[in-house]
Ligand binder design. Structure first.
Ligand SMILES: [Fe+2]
Length: 215
């Protein structure tokens, strides 16, 4: 389950725009282009693009434990990249921490930047069930987030808008395989994704309210 909301909170907007500015700087863009370790290839399903319908249908035939994490990624952790420059690393970690604090999250579970044509393959995070908030930046709206809708038995695509896109949701546990929330994301142009875990439903509702309120 994933719900799209608008960010109204001025503090959050300010942090997001600082992260965006860092990501779009010439220095970082060049690092992303040159980074050799940005591709993780799946050794299990090799014939299809990791975000394609066919890949998902193949994955559904295999052991769900293999897909707790994405098996194929074209992207780089923001922290890994900033590691080259200690000042930048501290700056980015501070921003991610402040953003987490505003929404009272204890864990930043993902901070990834995708190069052009970047992606994160189909997976379900069923090993780390819980409530979450996902902040995604797209340069031009060419990216998307896809999930398997169990009700309609079809893939639903949530297209990015240019700029920041916020989603809040819940990832069910692997204990009930039928309820797993399979998802993937891909983009033609640059994209950032930052995810936070919320401890419980109440914390998640508070975080959602915080994002939606001016203060
Ligand atoms: Fe995920």
């Amino acid at each position: 389950m994933m719900k799209v909301i608008n960010v109204e909170n001025e503090k959050i907007k300010s942090i997001l725009s600082q992260i965006e500015r860092y990501y779009l700087s010439d220095n970082v863009s060049k690092l992303v282009d040159d980074w050799e370790m940005k591709r993780l290839e799946d050794s299990l399903i090799t014939s299809y693009h990791p975000c394609s319908d066919k890949y998902l249908f193949e994955a559904h035939k295999l052991d769900v434990l293999q897909f707790c994490h994405p098996r194929a990624v074209l992207g780089i952790s923001i922290k890994d990249m900033a590691y080259f420059n200690l000042r930048e690393l501290v700056m980015i970690e501070t921003k991610l921490l402040s953003l987490g604090k505003i929404i009272s999250s204890t864990k930043n579970s993902l901070s990834i930047i995708y190069p052009e044509n970047g992606y994160i393959g189909w997976h379900h995070n069923g090993n780390a069930p819980g409530y979450n908030a996902l902040f995604t930046y797209s340069v031009d709206g060419s990216g998307n987030f896809k999930y398997w809708d169990r009700e309609t038995k079809s893939i639903t695509t949530i297209q990015d808008n240019p700029g920041w896109n916020i989603k809040v949701g819940y990832f069910p546990s692997i204990e009930d395989e039928n309820k797993l929330f399979w998802h993937a994301a891909e983009t033609k142009s640059k994209r950032i994704s930052i995810a936070y875990i919320l401890d419980n439903e109440e914390a998640w509702k508070k975080a959602t309210d915080r994002i939606l309120s001016k203060e």
